[in-house]
Design a protein around this ligand. Structure first.
Ligand code: BES
Ligand code: ZN
Ligand code: ZN
Length: 503
């Protein structure tokens, strides 16, 4: 898909359709400048049409009007943006994503304009970024294993921004480029999640990471094999991996800026369970069916690192993934087994389905010994977090207000929703084990997202740390505003925003 900027007014751009905007106020339609400009050229035809159709400018509503070729494009789409006081950049992204999923599927080219400075008050480059992000996210499909679609849906090939002001051109181009970089990362994350686990196994993830490094001069990658992991004492990760026929891979990515005064060395850790059967504590059928998604955190890390040399954070960033499936075999862990993590802490595994925190124990320990000054982990960690916050919202936990605030602000910008849950000290005793330093499950069935986070905290060595439990939003069980069923790439744009703002 191509994005261009044209000096022409909408009426003079040859496209399959042009988009103008309307807001809603007190249930009435409020016309925008783009609407009025085109309406004038069409001699009031747009006004007549919205009235005749009794069109409401609710968020995402679209009225499609035939222009009878009075302008170059055969169609005008009047796009409702909802109440102006509720409007923000996240709304703009969302309505374009929704359009991409239906209306734009029938055309191969569209022209859009921007809102003027009075309307909605979103900076020009951000407007362009939101429109492009929305269209790209909403157009995403994962059809490689399907027969070619017989109905022959068109693909949107080109989007033209109409803009007369030369200075604004640069701003719009800036926004387009940023959105394209973000989408590249999200697409990688989504594809990795959507591929079956037979393809995306630990070796696949390791090779993917090595390839990222081979293409980007600022990124290095090292993959640790089983024998090395044994020497390093990563017995928690190895314990989870021991039932599988695939060999475990511990993936370490490193980005170092060319020149910096920053002392920050951020570790981004992604849970990398390529399939979660539950192990000997096998999952029931319904819970297991989507468990190729249990490497969604790892997918975010790889998506982010794929574009890191374009984003160029001002500080060092490490990416860490302990990749293995959680399988069932004669070699499986069984309840009661005790594993010694890399930092010396012993873990009693009382439920083999609580495997994520066990692999993360070693991932986090490794981040600490590698000199991480700040740690951020993304993990599809608990069903309990989905019960608490539903499918659209990630749980955020942190031991550090500053780091947490930066992550929350980045989430506000990316529109990926997070909600804070507490690291309640009184619940720590729920993770106590009779025989080891800590148990991998809590002694009650309540507050499971919190006790899992408290388990992770044992390994962060008091470093500033944020944990995102993305079990809910990482994988959509039905089509959603920003794309189809399947991997969502949740967290990717959030992290990319964070990397550009944190200091
Ligand atoms: N991968 C799952 C968590 C999960 C559940 C992710 C649903 C996405 C959707 C994790 O490994 C797990 O099985 N957690 C258990 C922990 C329990 C045994 C303490 C859970 O949440 O049930
Ligand atoms: Zn599990
Ligand atoms: Zn899991």
């Amino acid at each position: 898909m191509k994005f261009e900027v044209s000096e022409n007014i909408l009426a003079k751009i040859s496209a399959d359709g042009v988009v103008v905007y309307a807001f809603e106020k007190d249930k009435k339609l409020v016309k925008t400048k783009s609407f009025n400009d085109l309406d004038k050229i069409l001699e009031g035809f747009l006004s007549e049409s919205v009235e005749a159709e009794n069109f409401k400018a609710k968020c995402g509503n679209v009225l499609s009007i035939h222009t009878h070729r009075k302008i170059l494009s055969p169609k005008v789409y009047v796009l409702g943006l909802g109440e102006e006081k509720e409007f923000d950049h996240n709304v703009l992204r969302k309505v374009f994503a929704m359009l991409a999923k239906n209306v734009f599927q029938k055309v191969s080219s569209i022209a859009v304009s921007r809102l003027n400075s009075q309307e909605g008050k979103i900076e020009n480059s951000i407007q362009a970024q939101m429109i492009v992000e929305g269209i790209l996210l909403g157009s995403y499909r994962f059809n490689k294993y399907k027969k070619k679609n017989e109905e022959n849906e068109k693909e949107l090939e080109i989007v033209v921004f109409s803009e007369s002001n030369q200075n604004t051109h640069l701003k719009i181009k800036e926004g387009i480029t940023k959105a394209e970089i973000y989408f590249k990362a999200v697409k990688i994350a989504r594809d990795l999640v959507n591929e079956p686990s037979a393809i995306v196994n630990p070796s696949f993830l390791a090779n993917f990471a090595l390839e990222i490094a081979s293409k980007n001069p600022l990124v290095k990658c090292r993959v640790f094999e089983k024998n090395e992991l044994e020497k390093m004492g990563m017995n928690a990760f190895l314990g989870v991996a021991q039932a599988a026929d695939t060999s475990p891979k511990f993936i370490f990515l490193e980005y170092v800026p060319i020149k910096t005064d920053s002392k920050i060395n951020l570790a981004i850790i992604g849970k990398g369970i390529t399939f979660d059967t539950g192990g000997i504590n096998v999952k029931p059928e319904q819970s297991m069916s989507t468990m190729k998604m249990d490497m969604s955190g790892a997918a975010v890390v790889l998506g982010v690192f794929s574009v890191l040399s374009k984003i160029r954070p001002d500080f060092s960033v490490m990416g860490i993934i302990a990749a293995t499936p959680n399988m069932i075999s004669g070699k499986s862990l069984v309840p009661g087994d005790v594993l010694r993590a890399m930092n010396g802490t012993t873990i009693e595994v009382l439920n083999t389905d609580a495997e994520g925190r066990v692999t993360l124990a070693d991932s986090i320990s490794y981040a600490v010994v590698s000199g991480a000054t700040h740690i951020l982990d993304l993990a599809t960690l608990t069903g309990a977090c989905m019960i608490a916050l539903g499918e659209n919202i990630a749980g955020i936990f942190s031991n550090d207000n500053k780091l947490k605030t930066f992550v929350k602000n980045a989430a506000e910008v990316s529109g990926e929703k997070v909600w804070e849950l507490p690291l309640e000290k009184d619940y720590k005793e729920l993770n106590k084990s009779e025989v080891a330093d800590i148990s991998n499950i809590s002694s009650t069935k309540y507050g499971g997202a919190i006790t899992a986070a408290l388990f992770l905290e044992e390994f962060v060595d008091n470093k500033p740390w944020v944990h995102l439990d993305i079990a809910g939003p990482a994988f959509a069980e039905k089509n959603h505003s920003f794309g189809p069923k399947g991997g969502t790439g949740f967290g990717t744009r959030l992290i990319l925003n964070f990397l550009q703002t944190f200091k």
